[in-house]
Design a protein. Structure first.
Length: 161
């Protein structure tokens, strides 16, 4: 306890002594404080100039980054549109007519035709309206195609002849 009391007394005397010295030399203390404030102000000026230059450079990089990001976003949008179109084409309904035949044909009556429509696509097809037009042509109008039985696949831009 004595050590704490003696420390407090010494501390108190030191503070009083420093305060009296500052009081006696207040002009000198003010001058020194002014020099430190001026030096600090100059340091702030130089730091702010450097910060301004760095900010301008960062702004240029940011503008370039925004342009690149816009380009990437446009490419992603285009890619999404292509993927959506490809999905639509691949997954849509495709209709094929099979077993086409003329039923009960008499010259004085209507022509009756029967056929089957098969959905060979991947999604359901909704038949909204149907119209069949029949053109009567001479028997030898169409040539019967000859197919290459060994050919099992038709690649892109290839023909099945």
């Amino acid at each position: 306890m004595e050590k704490i009391t003696s420390f407090l007394i010494i501390f108190k005397e030191t503070v009083i002594s420093i305060t009296r010295w500052i009081d006696r030399h207040n002009g000198f203390v003010t001058a020194i404080a002014t020099v430190f404030i001026a030096a600090f102000t100059l340091a702030l000026i130089f730091a702010n100039r450097k910060l301004w230059k760095v900010s301008r450079e960062h702004s240029k990089h940011l503008e370039a980054s925004v342009a690149i990001s816009k380009e990437a976003a446009d490419a992603a949008t285009n890619s999404a549109k292509v993927a959506e179109t490809a999905l639509h084409v691949a997954e849509r309904a495709y209709l094929r007519i099979n077993n086409f035949e003329v039923v009960n044909f008499r010259i004085s009556q209507h022509l009756n035709i029967r056929y089957e429509i098969h959905n060979v696509g991947h999604t359901p097809a909704e038949i909204i309206e149907s119209l069949t037009i029949v053109d009567v042509v001479p028997k030898d109008f169409f040539k019967t195609p000859v197919y290459d039985i060994d050919k099992a696949f038709i690649g892109p831009k290839e023909a099945f002849i």
